[in-house]
Structure formats: C-alpha cells, structure tokens
Design a protein around this ligand. Structure first.
Ligand code: 1GP
Length: 238
C-alpha cells in the first residue's frame, strides 16, 4: 500500500515520474519479452495498464507475465469496471470530472467498489479531467462526454480544485490517447499552482521535449502510451 506514498514523496523531493501506458489490446504477445526488456531499460517509474475495450482474461495474463520480470508498480488505468485484475498492484480509481455523465462520475465506481473491496489492491482515487485536444478521442467517444475547453483555464483549475476538495488523491489532466494537441502548458501550470495533490499529465506527448515541458510546467508524472507503442526504442536516447 505504498504507491501513493511514493508518488507524494517524489513530488516533495521534486523527482519527476514517468508512466508507460500499455493497452492490452495493442500488445503484441509474440514480442512481449522484448517489450518488458524495453520497459526495464526505460526511465519509467510506473506501468499503467488499460484501454477502451479490454478482455479481462488478456488483462490478467498480461499483468502476471509482466510482473514476472518487471519490478515497477503495475497500476490499472481502467476504461470501465470490467478492467479490474487482482494481479495489479494498484488502481487509479477514476472519476471523469470533466464530463457530466453520471456513469463515469459514480456509476462504474459503485459497480467496482465491492469487487475492489475483496482485493488487496491499492486504490488511488483520481480526478480525471479530459481536455479538448483537436479531434474526439476514445475517452470522449466511450464516455459520451465532452472534454473541457482547452482555452478556459479557470474552469480547468476549478474542476481540479473540486476534485481535490472531494478527496481525490491525484489529478490527471488528459488530452486523450493519441491526441492531436497536448494539454496546454499554461493550464498544467495553473492547475499545478492551485492544487496540492500530485498532478499527472498525458495524451499526445510524442517526444522528449514534450515530456520536459510538461514537467517544467508542473506535472509530477507524465504518461506515455502511443509513442512507446509505435516505437519501443522511444526511450533509448532519453
Ligand atoms: C492516455 O494519457 C495517456 O490515456 C497517454 O496518451 O497514448 O497519447 O501517449 P498517449
């Protein structure tokens, strides 16, 4: 039960964190050993696992396999209640604060809670905020919610603050996987200045400079999914 404590410790010590996001549906099983090797050689501090549509049996097998040879904390980043595996170390217990679809604010969480109660998994309550990023992303389509306006910084800050006041332990500013535009740096900076809890930023970041800019703006953790998915050597010259 120490994933969150470690994140807070890193924030306090100004050490930046990096999560590689794996979508189980996109993992090539024949190349899994190499994938794990690349993760181990990368600067990643966490592995997130999740996707829009995932078959649970695949999820279990994937997590078991990764844990055999990767010591990083494995954290579920679920699209819905079906994406819970008891083999993970923790779960981002997400509430989609940017949307007004009750299913993604509290509905899925009510279904998941009794299942999670029976596991030893660390549950990390996370205010998940989707920011408009050019074209509709999978999060928008699946959740049937609208992202926040990328120019309305005040509303993004107010939403993050509300998440913190509701007791969320993390705020996740999300442009969406494969986003055309990343979360605006000024928005990251303003949210980081206004909330005390750790800030995760992800979506559409495709190079090292993008990672550094997010950190410099105030992100405590950056999530990289698509860029690593497309090129497992992404971190070679990091
Ligand atoms: C998506 O923030 C993550 O939930 C990562 O996005 O796939 O664009 O890196 P990318």
């Amino acid at each position: 039960q120490n994933i969150y404590q470690e994140i807070c410790k890193a924030k306090k010590e100004k050490q930046k964190l990096l999560a590689i996001l794996l979508d189980p549906d996109k993992v090539v099983w024949s190349n899994l050993d190499n994938l794990i090797l690349k993760i181990n050689q990368s600067p990643a501090t966490h592995v997130f696992i999740g996707g829009s549509l995932v078959e649970n049996s695949i999820l279990d097998d994937l997590i078991v396999k990764i844990k055999q040879s990767c010591a990083l904390p494995l954290v579920l980043f679920p699209g819905d209640v079906s994406q819970i595996s008891t083999h993970a170390d923790g779960i981002l217990f997400l509430s989609l604060l940017s949307g007004r679809n009750p299913d993604y604010l509290i509905g899925h969480q009510v279904k998941a809670a009794p299942i999670l109660k029976r596991t030893q998994m660390e549950i990390i309550s996370t205010g998940y905020i989707l920011i408009e990023s050019g074209a509709a992303t999978a999060v928008e389509r699946v959740s049937q919610t609208k992202p926040l306006d990328r120019d309305n910084f005040d509303f993004a800050v107010a939403t993050a603050l509300a998440g913190e006041m509701l007791g969320n332990k993390l705020i996740y500013l999300e442009a969406g996987s494969g986003a055309q535009k990343v979360v605006p740096l000024e928005m990251i900076a303003l949210v980081a200045q206004n909330v005390d809890i750790p800030l995760i930023v992800g979506g559409g970041i495709t190079d090292r400079l993008g990672i550094q800019k997010a950190y410099q703006s105030g992100a405590d953790m950056v999530v990289i999914g698509t860029a690593f998915e497309n090129n497992m050597d992404f971190f070679n010259e990091y």
